[in-house]
Design a protein around this ligand. Structure first.
Ligand code: AMP
Ligand code: MG
Length: 420
């Protein structure tokens, strides 16, 4: 049986980075830039004021101070977005607002707070009470982005700051590695769609929701196919609807039961790469490739992960195996979740002989991370997953972990406030 690392490597070896496409700038959030963004303009385009105040010639402010104001004649007012037609000549000043281009002849700006403007609004003369050095409160043309240079490099993950930067260079569309479309199919005779009445013996299909939510969270586009009964013909039929997807995720039907036929279909109609991983929860993971067709009718080979049916197992398997694969497909280089060292606050027994990923609350106190379990660790107990912000790793060779021992904790979320 494969280790987590071996299984992940086999999955990563079978998935490729997707092609690039142009999208609207705002839609690119979280995606990887597939081209260098060059700026055809200087940002800012002109020297401009960083303050509301008076544009002056610095030499006119020699020895100006609180007690020794220099009186200058106000010849114009210039707002952001306008250009003053006046040129500053010796002994004059122009009222200027933040962002307005610096008038010709001016080399600095004295902010209102350092003038007598408060006492003397809109007067024809202004008392300057600060000696300005050349360049004071002036933002130079091109100080943010210089025309012709690369503003954002190919391969960068686009965050809000990059979106702003790309917009300031004037682009409304960007070329990014496209998002994977991920088909999500639940399997099981016991499953009922939410919103329907619940007959005796049945349960609601929660996996479709949690798995589709994870796909969304990590930047993919979920295509929810609903529920397939544990019936070969129905499963094969439903899987046909996944033909144009970039990845197929099924839940359930991969354990040892009589009706666990997902892995058999995968082996028969596709190619199975592995089944089972030395991990708990999540042992019965199946991975292979199934035949698909792209929008041009060409045959493709789609990665198919048969996730375990239990509500927590499929989520943990997703975090360990699907998330890195999706990130790779989206062109990301940093595909590992953060891991911290944490001091256990509970005793843990490992009777499984596999690596455990136990749900925990990881908190930082006095410069150390501490981890405590969120309660019952049954692989169907979603409440303890909902309470967790991380998973603690208990190595397969460790039979017990004692309170006070240090473990590795995989951070699912970094929020240190936990809602319990
Ligand atoms: P299986 O691997 O198909 O035997 O499923 C293992 C367990 O997970 C069973 O108790 C199933 O009822 C449960 N399960 C399977 N699919 C889902 C689902 N979509 N939503 C909630 N629980 C599920
Ligand atoms: Mg089942």
């Amino acid at each position: 049986m494969l280790s987590v690392e071996e299984a992940l490597q086999k999955i990563l070896d079978e998935v490729d980075v997707l092609e690039a496409e142009y999208v609207l700038l705002l839609d690119s959030l979280g995606q990887v830039l597939a081209e260098d963004i060059k700026s055809g303009i200087n940002v800012p385009p002109l020297d401009n004021s960083a303050m509301d105040g008076f544009a002056v010639r610095s030499e006119d402010t020699q020895n100006a101070g609180e007690k020794t104001p220099k009186l200058l004649r106000v010849v114009d007012t210039v707002l952001a977005g306008s250009i003053s037609k006046k040129e500053l000549t010796p002994g004059t000043a122009i009222r200027i607002m933040t962002g307005a281009p610096l008038p010709r002849g001016a080399d600095s700006v004295v902010q209102f707070e350092h003038t007598d403007e408060g006492k003397n609004k809109n007067a024809a003369r202004i008392g300057i009470m600060e000696q300005a050095r050349p360049g004071l409160n002036v933002r130079k043309a091109g100080e943010d982005i210089t025309r012709g240079t690369i503003a954002v490099k190919k391969g960068t993950v686009i965050r809000p700051a990059e979106i702003g930067l790309i917009a300031s260079a004037g682009h409304s569309k960007v070329k990014v590695t496209r998002r994977p479309v991920v088909a999500v199919l639940s399997t099981g005779n016991e499953l009922v769609e939410t919103g329907e009445p619940l007959p005796e013996g049945k349960i609601y299909d929660s996996n479709a929701y949690s798995i589709a939510a994870l796909v969304k969270r990590y930047g993919g586009i979920p295509k929810v196919l609903g529920i397939a009964r544990d019936d070969e013909a129905e499963l094969v039929e439903k899987l046909k609807q996944a033909q144009d997807a970039d990845m197929v995720l099924t839940t359930g039907g991969v354990s040892m039961g009589d009706y666990d036929m997902v892995k058999d279909i995968l082996a028969r109609d596709g190619r199975i790469v592995f089944w089972q991983v030395r991990v708990k929860p999540g042992k019965p993971l199946a991975f292979g490739k199934i035949k698909g067709r792209d929008k041009n009718g060409r045959e493709t080979s789609i990665p198919h992960l048969g996730l375990p049916g239990n509500a927590v197992s499929c989520m943990v398997s997703f975090e360990l195996f699907v998330r890195p694969a999706l990130l790779k497909m989206m062109g990301k280089k940093n595909i590992a979740k953060p891991v911290v060292e944490a001091i256990m606050e509970d005793n843990v027994k490992n009777e499984a002989g596999r690596r455990l990923y136990d749900r925990a609350i990881i908190e930082k106190r006095d410069d150390h991370y501490y981890a405590r379990l969120t309660g019952p660790q049954g692989s169907g107990v979603l409440t303890s997953m909902a309470m967790a912000n991380g998973l603690v790793l208990i190595p397969e060779e460790k039979l017990t972990i004692k309170k006070g021992d240090t473990v590795h904790a995989l951070m699912l979320d970094w929020n240190e406030e936990v809602n319990i």
